[in-house]
Ligand binder design. Structure first.
Ligand code: SF4
Length: 289
């Protein structure tokens, strides 16, 4: 396989065939994100992608899923993306699902029918970083989207039959806006009603604009209990018809894996117990991205 730079994939794609179709991310402006720092975004040559699919056809016969890396591969023009999906179908007929990172911009660039066409050709799940549903914070972190556009684009993917997994970031609004961030994020999640939600705890990455703000004393990093309070408010305001709410990423202090609406109340009780010191939190040294 021809891999270049940082290869990132969602935790749930750990066993997938990682097919790198783009290098970097077309945005690279989010102030907290160091994933593709200094990487110039480009779509890889079709010939390289086809070679990698042929390689996977020979050597990845036991993996049932494919994940298209990097940052926001959905930005690939429709014709080229379809060609990749069709080749996966042809050469890897045992693959049952293709996943991709998406953002509000890349979803906006696709029509409803185009998304349905991608779904019909195997695109089963899109991972979207919402980070926060609070417009003031979205602006501050330079996410390039509003809560309204996030809701519209999230719904658009779902209406096309593509499953949606949304990531939110605990601690991203700092201390003063923590409550608002948690409340608004819960509301946006409820409006989109995705199949999966992943809440990560913010970890500051050296070299990012947010890290510089932190060093200058302009951005506070929340304490573990404050992150948990934030998670509690977020969950209180989140209503999913049938979704999995995970906060079990390596970056989190209290691992949570809940099916909503069934486990919502029990999860809130668990957080209360942790806040009261009755459940042990993950020590700092065990947290890693
Ligand atoms: S958070 Fe996502 S959209 Fe923003 S720069 Fe990082 S990879 Fe790109």
């Amino acid at each position: 396989m021809h891999y270049e730079g940082n290869i990132i994939r969602p935790p749930s794609e750990a066993n997938s065939i990682l097919l790198q179709v783009t290098v970097g991310c077309s945005r690279t402006k989010c102030t907290f994100c160091g994933t593709y720092m200094g990487e110039r975004f480009r779509i890889k040559d079709d010939s390289i992608i086809m070679e990698d699919i042929a390689f996977a056809a020979k050597y990845c016969r036991r993996q049932r899923r494919v994940f298209l890396c990097d940052g926001d591969a959905l930005i690939i023009p429709q014709k080229r993306l379809l060609k990749i999906l069709k080749e996966i179908n042809k050469q890897l007929p045992w693959v049952t699902r293709v996943g991709i990172y998406a953002n509000a911009k890349s979803l906006k660039m696709k029509t409803h029918d185009e998304l349905k066409e991608l779904k019909a050709n195997g695109l089963g799940i899109a991972y979207m970083g919402l980070e926060t549903g609070d417009d003031a914070t979205l602006k501050k972190i330079n996410k390039g989207a509003t809560s309204k556009s996030m809701i519209q684009m999230g719904k658009k993917a779902k209406e096309a039959g593509i499953k949606l997994s949304i990531t939110v970031l605990l601690g991203i609004a700092g201390r003063k806006h923590s409550w608002k961030h948690a409340e608004e994020t819960g509301k946006v999640l409820s409006a989109i009603d995705p199949e999966f939600v992943g809440a990560l705890s913010l970890m500051l990455i050296p070299g990012t604009p947010l890290y510089k703000k932190y060093e200058a004393g302009e951005f506070p990093l929340l304490e573990p209990n404050e992150m948990l309070e934030e998670l509690k408010i977020m969950i209180t305001h989140t209503d999913l018809s049938k979704g999995l709410f995970h906060a079990n990423h390596a970056s989190n202090y209290l691992p949570i894996k809940a099916r909503f609406p069934r486990d919502k109340e029990a999860t809130l009780k668990l957080i209360d117990k942790a806040l009261a010191g009755k459940v042990q939190l993950k020590p700092e040294w065990l947290r890693a991205l």
